[in-house]
Design a protein around this ligand. Structure first.
Ligand code: NAD
Length: 257
């Protein structure tokens, strides 16, 4: 296999993606489908699940619920094993100062963004040992930077990087790779809501907040969901076979948020 060929994942990979019905998860699901993979996703958005492209199977499951995650793995067993598991589910959490944050929104953010990834990793590990597979955890550049008024989100994503590095150390000797992808500011409805909430908190307009965010990005533009999907495909391809335990940013020199 030459280097160019090594950039494509082998066909018929068996891939599980959490929160795959919208946004980044959907872009990753479509990219794997186009690469010839068999793809199973979960999500809580029943309408979006029903609208998934033909060929992607799904389970309605909330990663904060152990019984849902059990059912997800039962249904994904139809793939006959798993080569790649993408821990993508994550919520934005509250936009609030440390004085305003309440226990419920703090706990919910950690429960979905961190504990949800643990629940999936725990069930995926035996399957990935069997396939010598790959676990990809979606973190964020907020998992290596501070993010004012968004402490629960940032803390959860720093923790995802720790989860990734520890699992990579533990599972690497057994042939399983574990990496985190850290997206920068990705275009889509989610970031629009974050900009809106932060603008309100700062008492500035949406346009001013957006401009302030983009001024911190060297290329002055947002990342696209397909850019994240491209990184997931690369990690799954033979060319990525010696990459593990890494926190890979897909962004353009974001120095702060
Ligand atoms: P999104 O909000 O566009 O989509 C999230 C999906 O998650 C939705 O389909 C939603 O129904 C589903 N979901 C929410 N809670 C769930 C749960 N408990 N169980 C299962 N599914 C659930 O999000 P996105 O922007 O596509 O982000 C995907 C991942 O990338 C997240 O982990 C996010 O933190 C991370 N990320 C996003 C950005 C960004 O700018 N959008 C930046 C950095 C990191």
């Amino acid at each position: 296999m030459n280097v160019v060929e090594s950039l494509a994942p082998r066909p018929n990979l068996r891939v599980l993606i959490t929160a795959g019905a919208n946004g980044i998860g959907l872009a990753i699901a479509k990219a794997f489908l186009e690469a010839g993979a068999r793809v199973h996703v979960c999500d809580i958005d029943t309408k979006a699940l029903a609208a998934l492209p033909k060929g992607i199977t799904h389970t309605q499951a909330d990663v904060s619920q152990h019984t849902d995650v059990d059912r997800l793995f039962e249904e994904a067993a139809a793939l006959g094993g798993l080569d790649v598991v993408v821990n993508n589910a994550g919520i934005a959490g509250p936009t609030a100062s440390i004085d305003e944050i309440d226990d419920e929104s703090w706990t919910r953010t950690i429960d979905i963004n961190l504990n949800g990834q643990y629940r999936v990793a725990h069930r995926a590990a035996p399957l990935l040992r069997e396939s010598q597979g790959l676990l990809i955890n979606l973190a964020s550049v907020a998992g290596r930077l501070g993010f004012a008024y968004r402490t629960p989100y940032s803390a959860s994503k720093w923790a995802v990087v720790g989860l990734t590095k520890s699992l990579a150390c533990e599972l690497g000797p057994e042939g399983v790779r574990v990496n985190a992808i850290l997206p920068g500011i990705v275009s889509g409805p989610r970031i629009e809501k974050v900009i809106e909430d932060r603008a309100a908190k700062r008492g500035i307009s949406y346009a001013e907040m957006e401009q302030e965010n983009l001024a911190k990005v060297s290329m002055r533009k947002m990342v696209e969901p397909t850019d994240i999907a491209a990184m997931a495909l690369f990690l799954s391809a033979p060319g990525g076979a010696n990459i593990s335990g890494q926190a890979l940013s897909v962004c353009a020199n974001v120095e702060s948020l």
